[in-house]
Design a protein around this ligand. Structure first.
Ligand code: PFF
Length: 455
C-alpha cells in the first residue's frame, strides 16, 4: 500500500464525510418518517438514536479506518489477523456496492426531474397528470437507464481524480452549494402564507404516536442517514491524518447530517401546509419526490411561474448534489478495496466498478417496467435490493462493528486513537465503551428482529 493519499485539510475531511452522510436519506426518507411518526416526537427519538447508537459506531468506524489506513476489508484483517472478523469489513464493501446498484436508479430519476425542472418540463402539469408523467418515465425501458448511467459516470469522474483532487475538492464545492440551496428553499417555504402550520407540526411533539416501532424506525433511519456499517466512513477515515480529532469530527458530521434532514422537513411540511396538502402514508416511497412534491410546489407557488421554476429547479439540483456526494463515497469503498486487495490501478478499479454497477442498476431500473413481474418473496428486484441492504446488511454490520469495537479491540489502542495519543482527555471514553458493549448491540438486535418480523 504505497503512496496512500490523505485529505489535505480538516474541513475537507469533514465535508467529505458529511457528503457521504447527507443524501436521499435526508431529503427524501427523513421527512416521510417524520410525517408518519408524530413530527417533532420522532425527531427527538431520532436525535436520541444518533447520540446513543450512531455516534459510538461512527467513532468506532473512524478509529478502525484511521488506525489501519487501509480499505475497510483489510482494516479488520489487520486489527484481528487470522480471524473471521475480516468478514465484517467484506460485508461493508458488499453492502456499499449493493446499495449503489439501486441508489443510482433513484438518483438517475432525480437527474431526469432536475432536467425537466430546468427546462420548464414540469410546467403545464397538475395533480392529475404528475402521476402519469412519473409512471411513463419509470416504466420506459431506456430513459431511466440512460440517466442512471449518466449519474454513475459523474461519480466515476470524481473518483478517477483521486482522494484529494477528486473527493475532497468536489466535496468542498458541492457541499456549500447544497447548504445554500437548503437555506434558500427553507426560507421560501417557511414564509409561504399558511406555511407556519407545517412548521408547527414539526415543532410540536405528538408523543401519542411514539411506539416501539417508532424507536426502531428512528434507529434504522439513523444508520442509513449517517452511512454507518457500509464501510464508507471507515474508508474515508483511512484518509484522515493523525491530527484529526475523531470524536469531534463524528459530532460535526452527525450534526450537519441531522440539520440537513430537519431542514428538509422545514422545506416540505410548510410547503405542503401552504398548499393545503396533507402528506398521507400513501405518499411514501419514490412518489414523494416525484409526484407529491411537484404538486405541492405547484399548489404553493403556481401563481408565480418564475418562483415555481426557481423552487422546483433548486430542489432537484439539491437532491442531485446530495445523492452524488453519497454515491461517490460508496464508489470509493469498492474502488479502494479493488485497488488495495487485488492490485488494480485506480482507473481500472473505478471503471470495472462503474460497469458492473450500471449492469446491475439496469435490472433494478427495469424492475419498474419490463421486469416488474420478476419477483422474489413478492418483491421486485429493486425492492429486494433496497429491503435486504437497509434492513438486513446494515443492522448486521452495525451489530458486529459494535461488538468488535466494544469487546475485541485492544482497549489501549482504542483510547490512544480517540484521544489522539493523549492530545485530548477523551472523557467520554468509558461511557462510549459501555454503550458499544451493551446498549448498541442490544438495540440493533431489536431492530434486526423487528425487520425480519420476529419481534
Ligand atoms: N447516507 C446516505 C443518505 O442518507 O442518503 C446514503 C448512503 C451513503 C448509503 C453511503 C450508503 C452509503 F454507502
Amino acid at each position: 500500500m504505497t503512496n496512500r493519499e490523505n485529505f489535505g485539510s480538516r474541513l475537507g475531511a469533514i465535508l467529505a464525510a458529511a457528503g457521504s452522510a447527507v443524501g436521499l436519506g435526508n431529503i427524501w426518507r427523513f421527512p416521510i418518517e417524520t410525517g408518519r411518526n408524530g413530527g417533532a416526537a420522532f425527531i427527538l427519538v431520532y436525535i436520541g438514536c444518533i447520540l446513543i447508537v450512531g455516534l459510538p459506531i461512527m467513532i468506532s468506524e473512524f478509529l478502525i479506518g484511521r488506525h489501519t489506513q487501509a480499505n475497510t476489508a483489510r482494516a479488520y484483517q489487520m486489527l484481528a489477523p487470522g480471524t473471521a472478523w475480516k468478514w465484517v469489513g467484506r460485508l461493508g464493501v458488499f453492502t456499499a456496492f449493493f446499495i449503489m446498484c439501486y441508489y443510482c436508479v433513484v438518483s438517475g430519476w432525480t437527474m431526469h426531474y432536475g432536467f425537466l425542472a430546468l427546462t420548464n418540463g414540469l410546467a403545464g402539469h397538475d395533480a392529475s397528470t404528475f402521476p402519469a408523467q412519473f409512471l411513463d418515465f419509470v416504466q420506459n425501458p431506456y430513459l431511466p437507464i440512460v440517466w442512471m448511467a449518466v449519474f454513475v459516470l459523474l461519480s466515476h469522474v470524481v473518483i478517477m481524480r483521486g482522494v484529494t483532487r477528486g473527493i475532497e475538492r468536489w466535496s468542498k464545492i458541492l457541499m456549500p452549494l447544497l447548504f445554500i440551496l437548503v437555506l434558500l428553499l427553507v426560507v421560501v417555504s417557511v414564509i409561504q402564507p399558511g406555511g407556519s402550520e407545517g412548521l408547527a407540526f414539526l415543532l410540536r411533539p405528538d408523543f401519542s404516536k411514539v411506539t416501539g416501532s417508532t424507536v426502531l424506525s428512528a434507529m434504522g433511519q439513523a444508520f442509513y442517514s449517517l452511512s454507518l456499517a457500509m464501510g464508507c466512513l471507515c474508508t474515508y477515515a483511512s484518509y484522515f491524518n493523525r491530527q484529526t480529532d475523531l470524536a469531534r469530527t463524528a459530532v460535526q458530521v452527525s450534526a450537519i447530517d441531522t440539520m440537513v434532514a430537519i431542514m428538509a422537513g422545514f422545506i416540505i411540511f410548510p410547503a405542503a401546509a401552504a398548499a393545503n396538502y396533507s402528506l398521507s402514508p400513501s405518499d411514501i416511497g419514490p412518489s414523494l419526490i416525484f409526484i407529491t412534491l411537484p404538486n405541492v410546489f405547484l399548489q404553493a407557488f403556481g401563481a408565480y411561474p418564475l418562483l415555481f421554476y426557481i423552487v422546483s429547479s433548486a430542489f432537484y439540483v439539491l437532491i442531485i448534489l446530495a445523492a452524488l456526494t453519497s454515491m461517490i463515497s460508496m464508489h470509493e469503498v469498492v474502488t479502494s478495496y479493488l485497488t488495495e486487495e487485488f492490485g488494480f490501478k485506480r482507473s481500472r478499479a473505478a471503471l470495472l466498478e462503474t460497469i458492473v454497477c450500471i449492469f446491475f442498476g439496469c435490472f433494478a431500473s427495469l424492475s419498474f417496467g419490463p421486469l416488474n413481474g420478476v419477483r422474489l418473496f413478492d418483491k421486485t428486484i429493486f425492492d429486494l435490493i433496497d429491503w435486504s441492504a437497509s434492513n438486513i446488511c446494515l443492522p448486521i454490520g452495525g451489530f458486529f462493528i459494535s461488538i468488535f469495537a466494544g469487546w475485541r479491540l485492544d482497549r489501549q489502542l482504542f483510547r490512544d486513537e480517540v484521544s489522539n495519543f493523549g492530545a485530548s482527555r477523551a472523557r467520554y471514553f468509558r461511557p462510549m465503551v459501555f454503550l458499544l458493549r451493551y446498549v448498541v448491540p442490544l438495540g440493533i438486535l431489536g431492530v434486526l428482529l423487528n425487520q425480519v418480523g420476529l419481534f
